[in-house]
Design a protein around this ligand. Structure first.
Ligand code: PMT
Length: 405
């Protein structure tokens, strides 16, 4: 079966020279069974005519927010609801900036605000404009909001420059669409993952934290997204780029992480607590920087317990997701992990021995054994990405087993 058969793709074209390739792109998508609805900005029409796009898509082009006739046939909200995927190609620096700013000053940007469909962006612009910090920051913002960024490619540009900024070729974009719609193991599932450390403030310039780099949690988010899940990542402070297509929410302290998790978790099927949440925090945060005092060789900080985020999730009466924890142990790994599984009322726990510095905290590899109430599975040592795939596959199997019980 064609993977694009019956898929509704809203193709948003903005005013770049690559717009001329959209006729080819539309033909190739349609040949594979997709329904393509073209929406053009005012500038796009300077590069390719709506008549051409109507001819290749077999549908009238939408280009105006304030056209009573167009609104009467398929209004902008209906259009936004119609799409299975919104593809912005070419996406100029201007369209990317307006999208990042949340503007709705033409039909296309209004649709972007109104749609719940995933949005894929194929940037196309001069290489210097692409490298400009404003464009890069706008793209990071969109990536963080979970939008997919496809390309750009590198090469000779229409203006004569050479570098990154060319729109991906139509067949490459078709392949990305096909890959996007490929049936996947976690299709239709939503997962909330926590990652990284928390920082517990002592005063305005100091905090208590740990060595978590976020690599394990980010690998889980990345792989889960590729397996078809809708993923929300709640991340403590890390130096990693948010994974493509994953909505990433940044927090610092355990209290903030708890608030963001609880505000979102009931809209998800699965919760994975991979963050290294500080168990304790300073009882008081000094308002001013604590000064070194002559004659004081010892300084005491009173610590109080932080809320247990995963135990709070696992206690939910309504909307409780399948809840998976991690156990970071330096000794008696199995017994401590099984203890946490039971005490925190989890469905599964991923036990890792963090006494070995070549695995666990801040390394690219890990060694994990999974435990659930009536079973276990040693996954051995592997890269965090490979382990993420194994963990998510096992979660998916457990969910299937629970569904037939
Ligand atoms: O980030 P990396 O450098 O890639 O390293 C990965 C990792 C070692 C951090 C990761 O694999 C891992 O083990 N994460 C869990 C770390 C941890 O806090 O473990 P714990 O045994 O202290 O906590 C048990 C579970 O309770 C965890 O799911 C934790 O997220 C959760 N917890 C703990 C304390 C708390 N206040 N709230 C919680 O939700």
């Amino acid at each position: 079966m064609q993977t694009l058969s019956g898929k509704k793709i809203l193709l948003g074209i903005s005013g770049g020279i690559a717009a001329y390739k959209c006729a080819e792109l539309t033909r190739r998508l349609s040949e594979r069974g997709a329904q393509v609805q073209v929406v053009m900005t005012k500038a796009a029409k300077e590069f390719i005519t709506p008549l051409t796009m109507q001819a290749v898509s077999g549908r009238p082009v939408s280009d105006s927010l304030l056209d009573p006739a167009a609104e009467a046939s398929m209004g902008h909200i209906e259009l936004a609801k119609w799409a299975d995927l919104v593809l912005l190609a070419p996406a100029t620096a201007d369209l990317i900036a307006r999208t990042s700013a949340g503007m709705g000053n033409d039909l296309l940007t209004t649709l972007l605000l109104a749609t719940e469909a995933p949005i894929a962006i194929a940037p196309a612009m001069n290489q210097q404009m692409y490298r400009n910090i404003a464009t890069q920051e706008n793209l990071s913002t969109l990536r963080r909001r979970g939008m997919l960024i496809w390309g750009p490619a590198s090469g000779e540009q229409a203006c004569g420059d050479v570098g990154l900024g060319r729109m991906l070729e139509p067949m490459d974009l078709v392949a990305r669409c096909e890959q996007y719609f490929q049936p996947k193991a976690l299709q239709g599932k939503s997962i909330l993952i926590t990652a990284g450390p928390t920082q517990e403030a002592i005063d305005p310039v100091r905090y208590i934290s740990n060595h978590s780099s976020g690599k394990m949690g980010y690998a889980l988010a990345n792989v889960a997204q590729k397996m078809g899940a809708r993923v929300t990542l709640v991340s403590g402070p890390v130096a990693l780029t948010p994974p493509q297509g994953v909505e990433t929410l940044s927090v610092k302290s355990a209290e903030e992480m708890l608030d963001v998790v609880m505000a979102n978790v009931t809209q998800h099927d699965i919760f994975i607590g991979c963050a290294a949440v500080a168990d304790y925090k300073p009882a008081n945060i000094a308002e001013q920087k604590i000064k070194k005092m002559a004659g004081h060789e010892v300084m005491n900080i009173t610590m109080v317990k932080n809320p247990d985020i995963i135990a709070t999730v696992a206690k939910l009466d309504e909307g409780r997701p399948f809840t998976v924890g991690f156990a970071a142990e330096t000794q008696d790994v199995e017994s401590y992990a099984k203890g946490k599984l039971a005490n925190k009322n989890l469905d599964m726990i991923c036990a890792n021995d963090v006494s070995d510095t070549t695995i666990g905290f801040n390394s690219n590899d890990n060694a994990i054994t999974l435990y659930w109430p009536d079973g276990s599975l040693p996954l051995g040592t592997a890269s965090k990405s490979a382990l993420a795939h194994e963990i998510l596959s096992e979660i998916q199997q457990q969910l299937e087993k629970n569904a037939v019980k």
